[in-house]
Design a protein around this ligand. Structure first.
Ligand SMILES: [Fe+2]
Length: 437
């Protein structure tokens, strides 16, 4: 055998060098293809051998209640934030992240309850993350900086998506993704994922992170997949059986939202005075998302649902009350108040009532990434996320999970009025009789 053929088979010269030598040398096409085929097969066998090694694990009959996600978090070696919320994802401490070749932190909040989580990633100017793919979904919200993400299926074209602070991107399930910071300063994003439930189910990080499955039914490199043309917006007809919004659901159906702060919203009276909203169906994900905004001097109705609804504040200033117990906030066994502004992130715990208040001088808008909503897919499990979300727009008087203004604890309005007074903002809520004061 010629020396350079042996060197290629032994992995000492590249595939490209081998092909070049074969083309200029005496090796015929059939022989070249045969050597290349044998080499590819050997590489595959080596990969399988390495995977086998990685998966080899001694069975321990005394093992009890090991949580795969927690174990994986430890191996990522990053700070983990675990409260009810974080005040500003743009400024929390991040540390070097080997897997991504960037800086990062995990956010495993109380209300995530093991059904989903978030992570924060910061990329230095001019650098990029290492390409990643995995079997969990994610919804990325860019917080600062500007850049580009490359997304591709194996063998497919690399699609480029340009982003800035306020953009939302959902790389499709298990597609390759790489984020590049094209700006002068650091770029940071927060991503909500369903990694906890996926990692807990399989307890095999090799399966989750090195899986060759390509979900072409979700994404097949179609041009315009991450587009923002008008055809991404559509009005979906719904019924009482499929949604609480009988008049239909306005949906943005794309892998990308260029600017979540400027996306047009639609009035949804069921959720409160001055409340506007749009449903996001991102990259055919099972996880749902929506953007919601409430006007100056107003607050939304209290409601409750299953775990894992991550609320990312896009602008505005205000607070959210969360309580465990009955309708009356003042009598609840546990009360939590979270003050928020742009960059805040929080998750209402499973079945807790919660209520959002705009206490600032401008509109307040958030992105919510959740299991429920009016998207294409409906989850029966995960703490009743889907079912209870559906009833989050129905009054408790009708068996739902929403407290109408006239049923709420009077202390709610007292607190809000005092907050507005401090901020010098006029109250714009209807009183019990329905008139505005
Ligand atoms: Fe909620």
């Amino acid at each position: 055998m010629k020396t350079w053929i042996r060197r290629f088979v032994n992995g000492r010269i590249s595939r490209r060098e081998f092909v070049e030598r074969a083309a200029t040398g005496s090796l015929g096409l059939a022989a070249t293809m045969s050597v290349l085929g044998a080499s590819a097969q050997a590489e595959q066998m080596e990969r399988q051998k390495q995977r086998g090694k990685a998966q080899t694990r001694h069975h321990d009959p005394n093992q009890t209640n090991v949580n795969p996600y927690e174990e994986w978090l430890k191996s990522e070696n990053l700070p983990v934030y675990r409260d009810y919320g974080i005040s500003d994802a743009r400024t929390i401490e991040v540390k070097p992240w080997k897997r991504l070749g960037a800086q990062g932190a995990y956010v495993d909040l109380v209300g995530g309850e093991g059904v989903n989580d978030a992570y924060v990633c910061e990329i230095a100017s001019g650098l990029s993350t290492r390409p990643q793919r995995y079997l969990f979904e994610e919804i990325i919200c860019f917080l600062s900086g500007a850049g580009e993400s490359l997304i591709w299926n194996p063998g497919g074209p690399k699609q480029s998506v340009k982003w800035q602070a306020g953009s939302i991107l959902a790389p499709p399930l298990n597609a390759w993704r790489q984020h590049i910071n094209r700006g002068a300063g650091p770029a940071r994003f927060v991503s909500v994922t369903n990694a906890p439930v996926v990692i807990d189910l399989f307890h095999s990080t090799d399966f989750v992170f090195n899986n060759d499955s390509v979900f072409r039914d979700r994404y097949d490199g179609e041009p315009g997949y991450f587009g923002a043309d008008k055809d991404k917006l559509h009005h979906k007809e719904t019924t009482l059986e499929t949604s609480e919004i009988v008049r239909g659901v306005d949906t943005w159906d794309s892998g990308f939202v260029p600017d979540a702060r400027r996306l047009g919203l639609f009035e949804v009276k069921e959720r409160g005075v001055g409340n506007t909203r749009i449903e996001l169906q991102l990259s055919d994900n099972t996880m749902q998302a929506h953007i919601s905004e409430f006007a100056v001097g107003t607050y939304k109705k209290a409601h409750r649902h299953g775990p894992g609804s991550h609320v990312v504040m896009l602008n505005g200033r205000g607070y959210t009350l969360l309580w465990k117990g009955g309708i009356k906030y003042s009598e609840a066994q546990t009360q939590v108040r979270l003050d928020w502004a742009e960059g805040s992130l929080f998750v209402p715990p499973d079945g807790w009532f919660h209520q959002h208040f705009n206490a600032g001088g401008g509109p307040a808008r958030y992105l919510a990434a959740t299991w429920g909503g009016d998207g294409k897919w409906f989850m029966r499990a995960l703490g009743g996320g889907g079912r209870t979300h559906r009833l989050g727009k129905t009054s408790i008087r009708k068996g739902g999970n929403l407290i109408e203004y006239e049923d709420e604890d009077p202390v709610i309005r007292e607190i809000f009025s005092a907050e507005l007074k401090k901020a010098g903002v006029k109250l714009r809520m209807p009183w019990a009789g329905g008139s505005e004061k």
